[in-house]
Design a binder for this molecule. Structure first.
Ligand SMILES: Cc1cc2nc3c(=O)[nH]c(=O)nc-3n(C[C@H](O)[C@H](O)[C@H](O)COP(=O)(O)OP(=O)(O)OC[C@H]3O[C@@H](n4cnc5c(N)ncnc54)[C@H](O)[C@@H]3O)c2cc1C
Length: 444
């Protein structure tokens, strides 16, 4: 059913510049497209942009009423633009979105903000935190050593007794959990070893989500159009949505792995057991954020810093203070803590963050608190988590999903990119790879 509202959403998604050149939806359905891209996150947008540039007839179908997926800049809730999803441009030396951002006049810069640790209300001197820095480096070395040996085991098993017994272990473990979204026992040491970091992390002032939205503005896409099924045959495929079915010659499936693993998007005939299993092997761990707005600055420095409270458990969060010189602070939780806080609700997540900040910075934190909000990525039906990790023993799943299926279906998404998995630029790179594969399949 192509409703007036549906059309309005379609036009909003396209932006005025495209509206002049677009095909009426009905005509397109009759003739079929060269390519349907499912999902307007980083991967889907990169794939679609590349295919459109190559002259193919492309349509992006997006379940949400916005584009960007896990890249989402919120400009409303606390009065300052902040990223509910990704915010760092990792691996700046190999991250194509750095150039994309600069070309679009977005401000990108290296994250050189200071990091500080508090022991209760006492700010630790650099020398006191040095053992934590050394322990984090040792953990990386131990996991890398297991990876070097090709050990596809839980990262936990790569860690020495001395490392686990270190008094700073809980703090160092929290930082690792933030990277993978799950604790050491849940992800493959080999998979982490195959991630390649290249260059320092950058930040983007206007927001990573805002950049993705801008990139998608001129692409042919339909919002609020979830695809429930892909029916594929030798000669092409048909995708089913609540608004009807569309014929296409090829499909780029750029949705998070759990969407396929959990049957929110099904294939007919079904995917091979191997391909379906690979989606199960790349579940999404969790990171959530809280944005806290204060009536006045409650922070120790005028400039932005990252603060953490020393704890002996893994219930600590990391706080970015004075976001873009405002009185807004962004707190980040990951893994089991993030799961627990998301389950307990927004108020509980905010309270946990205010509690930690109060222990570090004093009662002024609660006194001057204005308002806050929290993300809930695990219960978001279109993401079902934050970013993928590889289940121990299942290394190879990412590569498997990087190959076309049945000559018609190509998977994209951060989970399909080995060297930059879990990241927005990894998703982007996977989209470019998928576009190349589709062109080869279609001989274009
Ligand atoms: C809190 C958080 C912090 C993060 N921090 C960073 C960071 O600092 N740096 C970094 O590089 N990465 C970070 N990431 C990870 C990064 O955001 C993701 O890896 C990346 O955005 C994933 O892009 P994608 O295209 O693979 O998937 P997505 O962005 O999830 O896009 C998939 C799209 O498919 C749509 N979709 C799903 N199902 C259907 C369907 N059935 N039909 C149609 N559409 C569908 C979704 O709505 C979505 O728009 C973070 C993520 C989170 C959640």
């Amino acid at each position: 059913m192509e409703t007036v509202n549906g059309r309005r959403r379609f036009l909003q998604g396209l932006g005025a510049t495209l509206a002049a050149g677009m095909l009426p939806a009905r005509a397109a359905e009759a003739t079929g497209r060269d390519v349907v891209v499912i999902g307007a996150g980083s991967a889907g947008l990169a794939a679609a942009g590349s295919l459109v540039a190559a002259g193919l007839d492309v349509l992006v179908l997006e379940a949400r009423n916005r584009i960007g997926g896990r890249a989402h800049t919120d400009t409303q809730s606390v009065g300052v633009a902040w990223d509910r999803g990704c915010s760092w441009l990792h691996s700046s030396a190999a991250n194509p979105l750095v150039g994309v951002a600069r070309a679009a006049d977005f401000e990108v810069f290296e994250d050189r903000y200071p990091r500080a640790v508090y022991d209760g209300a006492r700010r630790l001197a650099e020398a006191e935190v040095a053992p934590l820095t050394e322990l984090s480096a040792r953990i990386s070395r131990e996991i890398a050593a297991a990876g070097e040996r090709g050990l596809d085991v839980a990262a936990e098993l790569a860690l020495s007794q001395a490392t686990r017994a270190d008094p700073w272990f809980a703090m160092a473990a929290s930082a690792s959990t933030a990277w993978e979204g799950v604790e050491f026992s849940n992800y493959s040491a080999l998979d982490q070893h195959r991630y390649v970091a290249q260059g320092p992390d950058f930040l983007i002032r206007q927001g990573y989500g805002a950049l993705l939205s801008q990139q998608g503005r001129e692409l042919p896409l339909r919002l609020s159009t979830p695809v429930s099924r892909v029916r594929w045959q030798a000669a092409g495929a048909t995708v089913d949505t609540p608004a009807g079915s569309l014929r296409t010659r090829a499909v780029v499936v750029a949705v998070p792995a759990p969407i396929v693993a959990q049957g929110a998007l099904v294939f007919s005939p079904g995917l091979s057991a191997e391909v379906l299993q690979a989606h199960h092997d790349l579940p999404l761990g969790l990171m959530n954020k809280v944005a806290l707005r204060f009536k006045r600055s409650v922070f120790p420095a005028e400039r932005t810093e990252f603060l953490r409270l020393r704890r002996n458990d893994q219930r600590g969060m990391s706080y970015m203070t004075r976001l873009w010189d405002s009185n807004v602070c962004i707190g980040m939780s990951a893994g089991a803590l993030a799961q627990e806080l998301e389950g307990a609700g927004e108020a509980a997540a905010i309270d946990h963050a205010l509690g930690e900040l109060t222990r570090m910075l004093g009662e002024g934190v609660r006194k001057h608190f204005d308002r806050g909000t929290a993300t809930a990525w695990a219960s978001d039906p279109w993401s079902r988590g934050a970013y993928s990790h590889c289940v121990p023993g299942r290394f190879g799943a990412r590569q498997l999903l990087g190959a076309p299926v049945a000559g018609r279906i190509v998977f994209a998404g951060e989970h399909t990119q080995q060297q930059a998995y879990g990241t927005c630029h990894g998703a982007w790179l996977s989209g470019l790879r998928a576009a190349g594969q589709v062109r080869a399949l279609l001989g274009r």
